[in-house]
Ligand binder design. Structure first.
Ligand SMILES: Cc1ncc(C[n+]2csc(CCOP(=O)(O)OP(=O)(O)O)c2C)c(N)n1
Ligand SMILES: CC(=O)[C@@H](O)[C@H](O)COP(=O)(O)O
Ligand SMILES: [Mg+2]
Length: 623
């Protein structure tokens, strides 16, 4: 029977008899696999949450009751069961379904996410709001074991645990994995809880909420443990009723347990155990490979690329890190839970004692790096541009204010494609250049990226190198570790009338636009310190200046050029090109860049359009 086809929203699901839920889960899992193999997406986490999603929507009265998903990369079943099955072929594409929950996509998406560890705070906010408004509803945060490692999650637990009359349920989806294997003491603690499984459940309110067979087992274990002092779980110490761990793939455990929990008041904590990749053997065996996939044939699985592909900036960084570590024993590599994404797998293998995965803890990663720097070692914090937003105060207060020698390797700078607005690294140039002591560089090629990393590393204060997701321009990469002069740009092309001052990834399209317009093109390299002498010279020798960056135009590199001109008392018509003052959703990165005029054609067209009349004027392109 095709059960899935008849479910247009959770009300349809709730009409099904319990006996049909297991066959539904089988259909849903197959649908997920077929669909994600055609679009790409976060497969393993989604395969692991099929039953949990069914159970939550079956037991709770959504959307009246609020489910808040953490990260949201595991919400495809939720999307499918809440009326978006037909749009799954558009997942993560331009004008298609987002890969994450989004409030304007569905009323069932109660909270927009993609950066982790926000769910408990948001759900607690909803629960408190319901209380204040006199509304009777449940708020449920679903958070993974990886996401639970972040400070924010603990801040929220700390707050929630004393809210005794709040209808908050935290579901910990423990699959013993982050993207990479989980790290840290919390992970060890959860493993210990697992090893004493049903025992802990029997001790807590589990007696009243666990379904018969699970409870029987719990009682037997309790009998066995008689006479021992049973410590409360840390979640109980935080003020939650802790229930679990229970099997998150067993609907006969999940549903009655949730039904019982639903009757309880106050902060509840349900520990659910699932398997990443559940039901698809290849993903079960290699959950990291199947965490985020491109398109693949599900019968064959993901195959290694046959044709040699262009090296990515991530690989450039990973190779540089190993090369620099080989010549400098002081180098320490730090990642907040992004070993694979940041290109640190080889470094981890070759230098395990100097490799630190600190968990999903960007704030801590930055201050941990600062602490290491105070002792004369050389920390390199590898972090996506978007995730450094989490560590901003740490960057200012702990690193820059003390002028500590920390190198920041900022991957995924600019538009990232399928992950969309939540992951776009659009703000780093603006948020970094205003911090005293910082050196900020934007790489225009693979080789320049390597040189900039070396430059940042040797600079005795805080320095950041930003580079985009994916492959670069195909430049050959030197083996040496050479630096470039700090604060010096270079002229790539001499032309007439117009000078284009390009930053990072925008150098290549600007050179192409320069060829078309016979304009001068400079690779500015440094956003801070800006090459003011070069700016002045270009202003003197040209009628018009154009700045181009793959970053928010407001407050970014172009703004730095404007400030420099103003400080020098130079009045010149300047056109600032960059990312507009709006969030840009998912899509093919090249198409997205073209849509905001940041390809060669768009740059040339904007320049023609603004300066066609020859009238000097100041324009900011932030439409
Ligand atoms: C603040 C932040 N840092 C890093 C990430 C990248 N990230 C996405 S999913 C993930 C792992 C999450 O692990 P878990 O919560 O256990 O979910 P699972 O992938 O196991 O389903 C990471 C590190 C993120 N989304 N947000
Ligand atoms: C959900 C999440 O935050 C990550 O899984 C992210 O999607 C990884 O992005 P990259 O593919 O760019 O590493
Ligand atoms: Mg996990």
């Amino acid at each position: 029977m095709n059960l899935l086809e008849n479910i247009n929203d959770p009300a349809d699901l709730r009409k099904l008899p319990r006996t049909q839920l297991t066959p539904l889960a089988t259909e849903l899992r197959q649908f997920l696999l077929d669909s994600v193999s055609k679009t790409g997406g976060h497969l393993s986490s989604n395969l692991g949450t099929v039953e949990l999603t069914i159970a939550l929507h079956y037991v709770f009265n959504t959307p009246h009751d609020r489910i808040v998903w953490d990260v949201g990369h595991q919400t495809y079943s939720h999307k499918i069961l809440t009326g978006r099955r037909g749009r799954m072929p558009t997942l993560r594409q331009l004008n298609g379904l987002s890969g994450f929950p989004k409030r304007d996509e569905s009323v069932y998406d109660t909270f927009g996410t993609a950066h982790s560890s926000t769910s408990i705070s948001a759900a607690l906010g909803m629960a408190q709001a319901a209380k204040l408004k006199g509304e009777d509803r449940h708020a449920i945060a679903v958070i993974g074991d990886g996401s639970m490692t972040a400070g924010m999650a603990f801040e929220a637990l700390n707050n929630a645990g004393v809210e005794e009359d709040c209808n908050l349920l935290v579901v910990l989806n423990d699959n013993d994995m982050s993207i990479s294997p989980p790290v840290g003491a919390l992970n060890r603690y959860l493993a210990r809880l697992m090893s004493g499984q049903f025992y802990a459940a029997a001790k807590s309110v589990g007696k009243t909420v666990l379904p018969g067979p699970v409870l029987d087992l719990a009682r037997k274990l309790e009998e066995h443990a008689k006479g021992m002092v049973v410590p409360a779980t840390m979640f109980e110490e935080f003020g939650f009723n802790y229930i679990g761990p229970i099997d998150g793939h067993d609907l006969d455990s999940l549903i009655p347990t949730l039904e019982n929990i639903k009757k309880l008041k106050g902060p509840q904590f349900l520990h659910v155990v699932t398997k990443k990749g559940q039901g698809y053997k290849l993903a079960e065996a290699e959950p990291i490979l199947y965490h985020g996939t491109g398109k693949f044939n599900p019968n064959e699985g993901i195959k290694p690329a046959t044709a040699p592909s262009k090296i990515t900036y991530t690989e450039v960084f990973g190779n540089w890190l190993c090369d620099m570590a080989a010549v400098d024993k002081r180098l320490v590599g730090i990642t907040p839970a992004m070993r694979e994404g940041s290109g640190m797998v080889r470094f981890h293998q070759e230098y395990p004692e100097r490799y630190f995965d600190v968990g999903i803890a960007e704030q801590h990663a930055v201050t941990f790096g600062a602490g290491i720097a105070t002792e004369g070692l050389k920390p390199v914090v590898a972090i996506y541009s978007t995730f450094l937003q989490r560590g901003y105060d740490q960057l200012i207060h702990d690193v820059a204010l003390q002028n500590l020698d920390v190198t920041f390797a900022l991957d995924r700078a600019g538009l990232v494609g399928a992950d969309g607005a939540t992951h776009a690294g659009n703000y780093d140039l603006a948020y970094l250049r205003c911090i005293p002591n910082m050196v900020v560089m934007a790489a225009s090629s693979e080789n320049e990226c390597r040189q900039m990393l070396t430059t940042a590393y040797h600079y005795p204060g805080p320095a950041a190198v930003r580079y985009p997701r994916g492959a670069g321009v195909g430049a050959s990469i030197e083996a040496e570790l050479t630096s470039i002069e700090i604060g010096k740009g270079e002229v790539r092309r001499e032309g007439k009338g117009i000078a284009i001052l390009a930053f990072g990834s925008m150098v290549a399209p600007s050179v192409a636009a320069g060829d078309e317009l016979d304009a001068t093109v400079a690779n500015m390299r440094f956003v801070k310190p800006l090459d003011v002498e070069l700016v002045k010279r270009l202003a003197k020798d040209h009628d018009y200046l154009v700045t181009v960056e793959e970053g928010c135009v407001m407050g970014g590199a172009g703004a730095a050029v404007m400030e420099a001109l103003a400080a020098a008392g130079i009045a010149k018509p300047v056109l600032n090109l960059g990312l507009p003052d709006k969030f840009i959703d998912q899509g093919d990165p090249a198409a997205l860049l073209a849509s905001v005029g940041l390809d060669a054609k768009g740059i040339a067209a904007s320049i023609r359009q603004r300066f066609a009349t020859g009238e000097p004027r100041l324009v900011v392109n932030n439409t």
